[in-house]
Write a protein that binds this ligand. Structure first.
Ligand SMILES: Cc1cc2nc3c(=O)[nH]c(=O)nc-3n(C[C@H](O)[C@H](O)[C@H](O)COP(=O)(O)OP(=O)(O)OC[C@H]3O[C@@H](n4cnc5c(N)ncnc54)[C@H](O)[C@@H]3O)c2cc1C
Length: 459
């Protein structure tokens, strides 16, 4: 390890900060997590994490990664009522870019996913971190890290109370609102370049109690498409309540009331799901959230970073939330941090941000293609995004009626197997053949009534 291993400070005790603290606890004698928000004893929403009120999908890969850092987590979640999805055909309805996949057939290989609410997952991680002997979580806001010009390194943090915590490593896990770029500039370093996709997403969410026996599904997703700029995510959580999140992309407003949410469900969800929702009883108020842009701060492109500071979690990259990847991608960063800390003589921060860039690139690029080509987003659009987007639309069209293609997509979407959404030639050929079959069947069907009508036409 390239850093002295006495004391590490992590700013922000949300999913990112908790993951970082867990890894650091194996390498530093002491770890202190500083959180400006009040930390509840129970799994409830926190004021400083407003996104927690909206549906959070945990990808199958994310669950696996969290389990490696927090052994026993998954079993404990299930024991606490967190629904588990196995590859049963009726537990998920999944619509992406106007195509519905994977519901009609049993998937062939094992596929297990978990459906914890965002507050539940954070509470599970927090109680595990609190149980570590060498980690303290303190409720204190950090005003900024301390930087020593002569040594060109960060030496600790200054709290808003005025107290100073000396540290050998400071991790910035303060989320999308991070001020690290500003601090870097102040210390005489370059700010990182930012890759931005202006997605213009607005969320409106409502918790709903649906009468028992109406739905076998635990996850219902209908993403936005070219034709429909609004989408819905419905997750059945451990408290037995459905969280219904509706959203609009490209600055299109989402439904504002429960009645309007039911109206959207009638348009884009299967009839039995929309009907179950109408029979539901809303619990508490509709929550709103705006997410103007996906943002990737390119620390990996900088020539130098001061020693002793590491950006982490959403502070590095904040993905379009409607794809449900942020927490899972953060869990991958924890693996990068562990590997950097075990590399002899490594510059931990640089190694970690570069490894993060490698795993971010394929996911970020595929999201950008979907958003810029199909979801009315704006931002730099390389010429090849359009043909790739069109090809992918064809692939998803074929996957609607081909379980092998659907399974391939759902596994990749869940970040399993590989982060690259590039089908091998064998599957491209299969998609082309399937689309040909569909096209021929459509033509035959279209011809029949025309011939009949033509025969009846006078003259
Ligand atoms: C609307 C929405 C929906 C989402 N849906 C999904 C989803 O379906 N699936 C998924 O995987 N991800 C989703 N995400 C992303 C997910 O929420 C984040 O990736 C995840 O929370 C990790 O973020 P983080 O810990 O890096 O930052 P955050 O969760 O933003 O936490 C930052 C923490 O730092 C603290 N902090 C900030 N400044 C200071 C300071 N100066 N001193 C002390 N503490 C400070 C804050 O109080 C907060 O606790 C969604 C995000 C949004 C916005």
């Amino acid at each position: 390890m390239g850093e002295t291993a006495e004391h590490a400070v992590v700013i922000g005790a949300s999913i990112g900060g908790l993951c970082a603290a867990r890894v650091l606890s194996d390498f530093y004698a002491r770890v202190t997590l500083c959180e400006r928000d009040e930390l509840p004893e129970n799994p409830v929403n926190r004021a400083a994490v407003p996104q927690g009120r909206h549906v959070h999908m945990l990808m199958a890969r994310g669950a696996q990664e969290f389990e490696t850092h927090f052994p026993g987590l998954l079993q404990d979640m299930v024991a606490n009522g967190v629904p588990i999805l196995q590859n049963r055909p009726d537990c998920i309805h999944f619509g992406a870019a106007g195509h519905v996949l994977g519901t009609a057939h049993r998937l062939q290989s094992e596929f297990t996913a978990y459906v914890p609410s965002r507050p539940h997952l954070e509470w599970q991680l927090r109680k595990r971190v609190l149980a570590l002997d060498n980690v303290d979580i303190i409720e204190a806001a950090v005003s900024e890290p301390r930087f020593e010009t002569t040594r060109e390194r960060v030496t600790g943090v200054q709290l808003e109370s005025g107290a100073v915590l000396p540290a050998d490593l400071v991790v910035d896990a303060t989320g999308r609102g991070t001020r690290l770029p500003v601090w870097l500039q102040k210390w005489g370093y370059e700010r990182p370049r930012e890759d931005v996709v202006f997605v213009g997403i607005s969320y409106a969410s409502q918790r709903v109690r649906v009468p028992d026996g109406l739905l076998t599904e635990k996850v219902v997703v209908a993403g936005a498409s070219r034709a429909q700029p609004r989408g819905i995510g419905m997750l059945f959580y451990e408290d037995g309540i459905w969280n219904i999140t509706t959203f609009g992309v490209g600055k299109v407003p989402p439904p504002q009331t429960f009645a309007q949410m039911c109206g959207l469900a009638d348009e884009i969800l299967p009839a039995h799901v929309a009907s179950a929702l109408r029979q539901g009883t809303p619990v508490d108020e509709v929550a709103h959230h705006k997410f103007p842009a996906s943002r990737w701060r390119r620390y990996d492109k900088l020539d130098r970073l001061p020693r002793g500071i590491l950006p982490f979690g959403d502070a590095v990259v904040s993905f379009n939330p409607t794809f449900g990847q942020g927490m899972s991608m953060t869990s991958l960063q924890a693996g990068h941090l562990r590997r950097a800390l075990t590399s002899p003589g490594a510059d931990v921060a640089m190694q970690c941000v570069r490894a993060t860039a490698k795993t971010t690139f394929p996911v970020w690029t595929m999201n950008a293609i979907g958003d810029l080509i199909m979801h009315r987003a704006t931002g730099p659009t390389p010429w090849w995004y359009k043909p790739v987007g069109a090809l992918f639309d064809q692939f998803l069209g074929a996957a609607e009626s081909d379980p092998v293609l659907a399974e391939w997509f759902l596994r990749r979407f869940s970040l399993l197997d590989s982060l690259y959404m590039v089908p091998p030639p064998r599957l491209v050929g299969r998609a082309i053949r399937q689309n040909m079959r569909l096209w021929l069947a459509e033509r035959r069907a279209a011809k029949r009534p025309v011939t009949f009508e033509t025969m009846r036409e006078p003259g």
